[in-house]
Design a protein around this ligand. Structure first.
Ligand SMILES: Nc1ncnc2c1ncn2[C@@H]1O[C@H](COP(=O)(O)OP(=O)(O)OP(=O)(O)O)[C@@H](O)[C@H]1O
Length: 232
């Protein structure tokens, strides 16, 4: 099945005027794909990601993920959908400052019926020995590792990343992308990555370009690079 988006429209109302942030978006993404979403600022990337993740409602059209018809879910079902299906990673990782690494991940694990083991998560993201540190005691890249652990501890089918390397240098970015690739491999997680960095599309199976709230192009890569081999 995978992700199927049909004729999706999103309109924002502000100050009495309407703004069409998404216009007739159609898109098919297969399970286990890494998909990069590119486009200028304001082209609708975050709006699309938030609609897919059930954070935002759309005006019309349908968004279906496996057996979930996201666009028709109501409040309580949306919460269940997000809890069972989706992990989010943002540029600003939104870790809770007065909780340790372990506790930040635990908080996410607690809302799942069968989470992965927190210690194993910490190891998997390369933070062994740092479980008791607070976010302020970590580098930006390490904080992003925690946010990835937090997103995947619930074993989401879909990992939605909004500028996950936006505030990181190129080497740290490659490490984080390598980690995201490992998540994709180990759990067959479908991954969507929003980025301004065209280079990141080298690791994608599918590249979507948005422009003015419309799909400008969709391409499928013949050659998919390992993140460490990306030419930055
Ligand atoms: N809550 C809102 N109310 C009104 N307009 C909004 C709202 N959220 C977003 N928009 C507008 O919708 C358009 C798309 O925004 P969106 O954040 O999806 O773009 P983006 O491609 O992710 O941009 P960026 O790369 O700068 O993050 C923008 O013009 C934005 O100003």
């Amino acid at each position: 099945m995978g992700l199927s988006i049909q004729k999706v429209n999103k309109i924002y109302q502000s100050g009495g005027t309407e703004f069409h942030a998404l216009n007739d978006i159609n898109l098919e993404i297969e399970i286990g794909e890494i998909c990069v979403i590119l486009g200028p600022s304001g082209s609708g990337k975050s709006t699309l990601l938030n609609a897919i993740g059930g954070i935002d409602q759309v005006e019309s059209g349908s968004i279906a993920i496996n057996d979930w018809n996201v666009s028709s879910l109501k409040n309580k079902q949306l919460v269940t959908f997000r809890r069972e299906m989706v992990g989010f990673v943002f540029q600003m990782h939104n870790l809770i400052p007065n909780l340790t690494v372990y506790e930040n991940i635990e908080l996410a694990a607690n809302i799942s019926e069968a989470p992965l083991k927190i210690d194993e998560m910490i190891k998997a993201v390369g933070l062994e020995g740092m479980a008791d540190r607070f976010p302020r005691e970590l580098s930006g890249g390490q904080q992003q590792r925690v946010s990835i652990a937090r997103a995947i501890v619930r074993k989401p089918k879909l990992l939605l990343c909004d500028e996950p390397t936006g505030s990181l240098d190129s080497n740290t970015s490659k490490e984080i992308l390598t980690l995201i690739k490992q998540v994709n491999r180990n759990y067959n997680t479908t991954i969507l990555i929003i980025t301004h960095n065209q280079a990141i599309s080298q690791m994608a199976d599918r590249v979507i370009k948005l422009k003015d709230g419309r799909i400008d192009s969709v391409s499928v890569n013949d050659t998919v690079y390992e993140p460490e081999r990306i030419e930055w």
